[in-house]
Design a protein around this ligand. Structure first.
Ligand SMILES: NC(=O)c1ccc[n+]([C@@H]2O[C@H](COP(=O)([O-])OP(=O)(O)OC[C@H]3O[C@@H](n4cnc5c(N)ncnc54)[C@H](OP(=O)(O)O)[C@@H]3O)[C@@H](O)[C@H]2O)c1
Length: 319
């Protein structure tokens, strides 16, 4: 159900216009220089109820963006909205959605359109992993993950990008991962391939939107402190990793924001360690790199909710 947090949302002129050279120019807006109150731009952030999405919403509010935030946990979205409205005086709309529902992207954009709102900044962030090897998890778990993390962000770009192009301004962040730059490895099997897809998709979209004032970024952090590994059930194991492997959400978001505003390129890797890792792995022969990265499986144990019912599955295939 749609929740409108603030009655008076600022709306900009939705008129279609030609993209001038000036409009295409790279903005030099940096973190720390918030937009003025009038003519504020608006951002949509998926997965804003926790972790990196929560931090991105905070950063954009700090920068003076009005926000539309979405995720499944409405109570979390509500308390974030209350806090950011009080701290930064921005307008926030809450539209809870479960992005594993194939109708969610259209429903979300319909709600936004009904309110007469435009999106200038899209952060496709919602995500998680399905631990365990490919065969261990039921198909529905894989399908939900593909819908939430691959189809939904792609569809949101399709639904929202066209309006950005018409208005000659847009910023799109597709939350990928260093995992998308590395060879596929066992456990959480589809996670890396989905992130690789988001990287390639963002590169292609960035080239297509080059002349339209839209900057597209695939954001590729390494491990970030968030709820991600609690949800994946491997927090204890992850806690054994050295400190230098951990990034913080606010740092990741700040780097992403500055890079996308300056149009520094469609792929941004966070953290020196991960930049080196990505480079080294791509220099190595691909089969050797795959072998090395397959030596350890951090996502070997499936969650009980994902486990496939092998008995009924083999009965079905025998028929
Ligand atoms: N943490 C890392 O080490 C790391 C590294 C690289 C990339 N990433 C990526 O960063 C993104 C955010 O992860 P995070 O680390 O911030 O994890 P997190 O703290 O667990 O946050 C995940 C967010 O995604 C939302 N979400 C999950 N399933 C959803 C669904 N079906 N529909 C709508 N929203 C959904 C969650 O909200 P609800 O539960 O309220 O729906 C939550 O807001 C993910 O795409 C992840 O792959 C994370």
């Amino acid at each position: 159900m749609a929740e409108k947090k603030t009655a008076k949302a600022h709306t900009k002129t939705p008129a279609k216009k030609t993209v001038t050279k000036k409009a295409r120019q790279t903005s030099k807006t940096k973190v720390g220089k918030p937009q003025k109150r009038l003519n504020r731009r608006r951002a949509l952030i998926t997965g804003a109820s926790a972790g990196i999405g929560h931090d991105y919403a905070t950063l954009l509010a700090e920068q003076g963006f009005d926000l539309i935030i979405t995720a499944r946990r409405k109570d979390r979205l509500q308390s974030l909205a209350d806090r950011l409205e009080t701290s930064y005086g921005v307008n926030i709309h809450i539209f809870p959605e479960d992005l594993s529902d194939p109708r969610a992207p259209t429903r979300l954009v319909e709600k936004i359109t009904k309110e007469g709102l435009n999106i200038d900044f899209l952060v496709n962030n919602a995500g998680y992993t399905v631990p365990g090897n490919f065969d261990m998890a039921k198909w529905q778990s894989h399908a939900d993950m593909l819908q939430t993390m691959l189809t939904a962000p792609t569809e949101l770009c399709h639904l929202i990008g066209v309006g950005m192009a018409e208005r000659g301004y847009g910023r799109i962040i597709n939350m990928a991962s260093v995992a998308g730059l590395l060879p596929g490895s066992p456990g959480g099997t589809l996670y890396g391939p989905i992130k690789s897809y988001l990287i390639k998709f963002s590169q292609a979209l960035s080239a297509e939107y080059h002349e339209k004032g839209i900057h597209v970024q695939a954001l590729c952090p390494g491990f970030v402190l968030s709820e991600f590994h609690d949800i994946a059930g491997n927090r204890e194991q992850m806690n054994r990793l050295p400190k230098f492997m951990w990034l913080t959400g606010p740092d990741v978001c700040r780097k992403s924001y500055e890079s996308v505003m300056e149009n520094k390129g469609p792929v941004i890797v966070n953290g020196l360690f991960y930049k080196i890792l990505g480079t080294v792995v791509n220099i190595l022969p691909s089969n050797l790199a795959t072998k090395l990265l397959s030596l350890h499986n951090r996502n070997a144990t499936p969650l009980s909710r994902d486990i496939r019912d092998t008995a009924s599955q083999s009965a079905a295939t025998r028929k």
